[in-house]
Design a protein around this ligand. Structure first.
Ligand code: ZN
Length: 255
């Protein structure tokens, strides 16, 4: 399990198919020149073998708590999503990687982590219609320059051979502060944050969706997205994330 997830034996893995868009290929090559993949470990910064595909060296991979079960399984009935696929617990190194991706302007990290998330989905063996990243508001995307969940979904989808739909879910307003709120209060606070674009939801009835986010903490964001998708007819929503908070193991801390 661990060897498969952290990439110890990744050298022989088939590479994901190249994009068919020439412009995208050139952009990827330029990115490779500016940010060479897998030379430096995303966690400790040490150099490592270029054959490693997930950007995490052996020493750091050993310190990450890789998950082989659904961290929300004990509380799934409280949420609108059906299943959680999380690569690891949101500990020290996963937090560093996600902060670098999200807050420190390093979008290229998604090229290493997206395929790792795809591998997690492949290990679980589910069948999905499409990937839908958790959206951010237009203002947030403009400020950051990208939506990290969208990038992760893009690189995961390449490996899974599935479409990414960024036109379905819309974030209409920023997530309100929910510190000290209970699960039920959070659900109320999240009302109206996400919506489905009625012009883009033709294929949703009966669909099985992989909802992609970087990190799952309380589950409130994924719950709100799943509620909106299911109201539009989606059959199942499986959350695919890189890391999930340890809080997921201790429901009492949610209150
Ligand atoms: Zn390392």
């Amino acid at each position: 399990m661990r060897a498969s997830v952290n990439g110890v034996d990744r050298g022989k893995q088939e590479r994901p198919p190249k994009s068919v868009k020439p412009g995208t290929r050139i952009a990827d090559r330029l990115l490779d020149l500016v940010f060479p993949q897998n030379i430096y470990c995303l966690c400790c910064g040490d150099t490592m073998e270029s054959s490693r595909v997930h950007g995490i060296c052996d020493k750091c991979a050993e310190k990450i708590n890789w998950l082989d079960h659904d961290p929300f399984r004990a509380s799934l009935e409280d949420f609108a999503f059906d299943h959680v696929l999380s690569c690891c617990v949101y500990g020290f190194y996963p937090r560093k990687i996600m902060h670098d991706l999200k807050l420190h302007g390093k979008p290229y990290i998604a090229r290493s982590i997206g395929p790792l998330m795809a591998e997690k989905a492949q290990m679980e063996g589910g069948v999905y219609t499409a990937l839908i990243p958790v959206p951010c508001t237009a203002a947030k995307k403009k400020k950051r320059g990208y939506n990290q969940a969208e990038l992760l979904a893009k690189y995961a989808a390449k490996q899974l051979g599935l479409p990414v739909r960024t036109d379905i879910l819309i974030k209409q307003k920023e997530t309100p502060s929910m510190r000290l709120s209970t699960g039920e209060e959070r659900r109320n606070l999240m009302q109206g944050v996400f919506a489905v674009d009625q012009n883009a939801c033709a294929g949703l009835p009966g669909a099985d969706i992989l909802l992609v986010d970087d990190v799952l903490t309380t589950g409130s964001t994924a719950d709100a997205c799943a509620l909106a998708l299911k109201a539009a007819g989606v059959r199942t929503v499986s959350v695919l994330c890189f890391a999930s908070s340890a809080r997921a193991f201790e429901p009492e801390l949610e209150h």
